[in-house]
Design a protein around this ligand. Sequence first.
Ligand SMILES: C[S@@+](CC[C@H](N)C(=O)[O-])C[C@H]1O[C@@H](n2cnc3c(N)ncnc32)[C@H](O)[C@@H]1O
Length: 186
Amino acid sequence: MDLINEILHWLCLYVLLWYAYILLVNKGTPNITTAPAIRKKIIEILSAEAEKSANAPYEIVDMGSGNGGFVRQMAESIPNAKVTGLEIDAIAHWKALFWRAVKKIKNADFLQQSFYDYDLSDTNAVTIFHLGSSMPELREKFSKELKPGAVIAANRFPLGGDYEPSEVIDVSTLAPNQKELYIYRI
Ligand SMILES: C[S@@+](CC[C@H](N)C(=O)[O-])C[C@H]1O[C@@H](n2cnc3c(N)ncnc32)[C@H](O)[C@@H]1O
C-alpha cells in the first residue's frame, strides 16, 4: 500500500509539473506535432501554391513550431520555399536548431520568439495548430498583416469569427482528435 501511495504521489506531481510547463512555457498550447497525414496534405496544397511563385522564395511561417519537425519536412519537400518556425519554448527551439544542422537544411529558419511579435506582411502562407482560445488574437493579426493571396492552413481548430474556410478537408489520421484541416485564402 505504501508503495502504491508513493507511486501515486510522484505521478500526481509529474502531471502537475507537466501542466504548469504547458501553461507557463507553451502559453497553454502543448507541444504536440501535426499528424503525418495532415502534414502531407498541407505540403501538397502549399507546393502547388509555391509553384505559382517560381521566381521568388515562397515564404511559409509555422506559428508555434514545436521541435521543428513539420518546418523541416516542409522545407525539404518544397525546395523553392523559405520556411520559418516561430517557437516560444527554448528547449523545443534548440532541438529544432540541432536537427536542422544535422540534416543540413538550408531553407528553414527557426526563431525563438512569440509569433504575435513577428511581422507577417511578407508571408505567403501560415500553418497553425492552436487551441480555439488563441484564435481571436490570431484572426486580428492575420487581418492586419497578411497580404491578398496568402493561405492559412489550420489543423484541428478553425479560425472562427468572420473567417470562412475555402476548404475543410477530412484527413484520416491515427492521431486522436486530428482529422479536420481548414484552409483559408485571404
Ligand atoms: C501544437 S504545437 C505545434 C507544433 C508544430 N507546429 C506542428 O504542427 O507539428 C504548438 C506550439 O506552439 C507554441 N506556442 C504557443 N504559444 C506561442 C507563441 N505565442 N509564440 C510562439 N510559439 C507558441 C507551443 O510552445 C507549442 O510548441
